[in-house]
Design a protein around this ligand. Structure first.
Ligand SMILES: Cc1cc2nc3c(=O)[nH]c(=O)nc-3n(C[C@H](O)[C@H](O)[C@H](O)COP(=O)(O)OP(=O)(O)OC[C@H]3O[C@@H](n4cnc5c(N)ncnc54)[C@H](O)[C@@H]3O)c2cc1C
Length: 383
C-alpha cells in the first residue's frame, strides 16, 4: 500500500491548484454576491480540459483516472464551492452514465462535445414528490411511434438551463412483481432546445449561489426513440449507479471546502492578535486546528479510497457513501469552527469562511442526504 501520489497525479494537482488560485479564487466572492453562473470560468475550464477528465481519449476526453478528477473538484472547492459542483454534476452525473450505459452511437454523438466543454451536462432525477424516495417518480415517458413523449417536471437541477444535455429519469410503465404493481423506470438523454422542454423556477440558495439550480418542465416533449439510455426499465439502477459516482464528486467538493477553510484559518490565527499574542498561541486554537486537520486528513483518505475503488471495482456504493457521509460532515464541522476562530470577522461576508460554511451545508443534502448514506452503509453491514 502506497499513500504517496504518483508524479503524474502531483503534476495534475499543480495544474488544478494554479488554475483555482489564479482564475477561480479572485471571482469567488463576486459569484456568491451576484448569484451569477460563472460562464467565463466554465469556458476556461473547458479550454483546460477540466470538463472531460475521466472521459476516454477516443471520445475526446483526457483519459485520466477517477483520482485525477477528484483532485480537480477538490482544488476548485478549496476556493469556490460553486465552480467545483459545475464540474462534478457535468462529469459524474451526465458524462459518466453516457460512458457507462450509452450505445456506441450515443457515445459518439454526445461525449466529444461534453468532453471538450462545448456542451455542459446535467442530471434530472429529483421531483417535488420524489427526493429521498426516488422511486416516487411522476414524470412519464410514453413511446409513440419512433419517439418518446415526456410529461412532468424535475426540481433542484444543478447546471439547469446552462446545460445542453440532460439525463432524465422517467416512468415508462407499470410492471407486476410478486403480485405488486411497481413503476417501470427508464433513463433518457434530452437535449436543451427540444420543443416541449422548458425551465421553471430558478432557486435562490443559502450557498453555492452561482450554481444554476432550476426546475425542468416537460410538456409533450418528443425525443427520438434512440435517446433511451440503457435498457427500458433499468433507469432506477442507472440513476443509483450514477449517484454512487456522483457521491465521490460531492465528497471531493466537501473535502476541498474543509481544506480551504482550514488553510484560511491557519493564516488568520497567525496574524490576529489579542491579549498581546496571536490567537494561534492559545492552546484552544491549537487543539481546534489539530482536530480539524486530523478530520480533513481522514476524509481525504476515504475520498481517495473511493476514487480508487471506482477505478478498480464494479461496485463501490459503500466506499462512495462513506466518503460522502464523512467528508460532508467534516466540511460542516470544519467550516463552522473556522468561522468561530475568525471571531466576529468570520461572520462578515468579506472573509471567505462564512461562504465556505454556507457552501458546505449542501454537501450533507444533495446526491443523497447523510441519512441516505447511513442507510447504504448499514444496509451493507446487515445484508
Ligand atoms: C442545491 C441543490 C442541487 C441539487 N441538484 C440536483 C441535481 O442536479 N439533480 C437531481 O436529481 N437532484 C438534485 N438535488 C436534489 C437533492 O438530491 C434532494 O434535495 C435530496 O436528495 C433530498 O431530497 P428532498 O429535498 O426531497 O428531501 P426529503 O426526501 O423530503 O428529505 C427530508 C429529510 O428527511 C430525511 N428522510 C427522508 N426519508 C428518510 C428515511 N427513509 N429515513 C430517514 N430519513 C429520511 C432526509 O434525509 C432529510 O433529512 C439538488 C438539491 C439542491 C438543494
Amino acid at each position: 500500500m502506497d499513500f504517496a501520489l504518483s508524479k503524474k497525479h502531483e503534476m495534475a494537482r499543480t495544474l488544478f491548484k494554479e488554475f483555482a488560485e489564479n482564475e477561480v479564487k479572485p471571482l469567488a466572492q463576486d459569484v456568491d454576491e451576484t448569484e451569477q453562473f460563472p460562464k467565463e470560468t466554465a469556458e476556461k475550464m473547458a479550454k483546460n480540459g477540466f470538463l472531460g477528465i475521466p472521459i476516454p481519449k477516443e471520445y475526446g476526453g483526457q483519459g485520466c483516472d477517477p483520482l485525477t478528477y477528484v483532485m480537480c473538484v477538490e482544488e476548485l472547492a478549496k476556493v469556490c464551492g460553486t465552480t467545483s459542483v459545475i464540474v462534478s454534476a457535468h462529469t459524474s452525473l451526465c458524462c459518466d452514465p453516457i460512458m457507462t450505459y450509452g450505445t456506441e452511437e450515443q457515445k459518439k454523438k454526445y461525449l466529444p462535445d461534453l468532453a471538450s466543454g462545448k456542451k455542459l451536462g446535467a442530471f434530472g432525477l429529483t421531483e417535488p414528490g420524489a427526493g429521498t424516495d426516488a422511486q416516487g417518480q411522476q414524470t412519464k415517458a410514453v413511446l409513440d411511434g419512433d419517439e418518446w413523449v415526456l410529461n412532468g417536471s424535475k426540481c433542484f437541477i444543478t447546471n439547469g438551463k446552462e446545460a445542453d444535455v440532460y439525463i432524465v429519469i422517467a416512468v415508462t410503465g407499470i410492471i407486476e412483481k410478486r403480485g405488486r404493481k411497481l413503476k417501470e423506470i427508464s433513463a433518457f438523454i434530452v437535449d436543451k432546445g427540444t420543443p416541449g422542454f422548458s425551465f421553471g423556477t430558478k432557486e435562490k440558495k443559502m450557498g453555492i449561489r452561482g450554481s444554476s439550480t432550476y426546475e425542468l418542465i416537460f410538456e409533450d416533449c418528443r425525443i427520438p426513440k434512440e435517446n433511451l439510455l440503457g435498457k427500458q426499465g433499468k433507469g432506477f439502477g442507472i440513476a443509483m449507479h450514477t449517484l454512487d459516482g456522483g457521491r465521490i464528486g460531492i465528497a471531493s467538493q466537501a473535502l476541498g471546502l474543509a481544506e480551504g477553510a482550514l488553510e484560511a484559518t491557519i493564516e488568520y490565527v497567525k496574524e490576529r492578535k489579542q491579549f498581546g499574542r496571536t490567537i494561534g498561541q492559545f492552546q484552544n486554537t491549537q487543539f481546534q486546528l489539530a482536530d480539524m486537520a486530523t478530520k480533513v486528513e481522514a476524509a481525504k483518505l476515504l475520498v481517495y479510497k473511493a476514487a480508487m475503488a471506482k477505478a478498480t471495482q464494479k461496485v463501490y456504493s459503500v466506499e462512495a457513501a462513506m466518503a460522502k457521509l464523512y467528508a460532508a460532515e467534516v466540511a460542516m464541522e470544519v467550516t463552522t469552527k473556522a468561522v468561530q476562530l475568525h471571531g466576529g470577522y468570520g461572520y462578515i461576508r468579506e472573509y471567505d469562511v462564512e461562504r465556505m460554511m454556507r457552501d458546505a451545508k449542501i454537501t450533507e443534502i444533495y446526491e443523497g442526504t447523510s441519512e441516505v448514506q447511513r442507510m447504504v452503509i448499514s444496509g451493507n453491514l446487515l445484508k
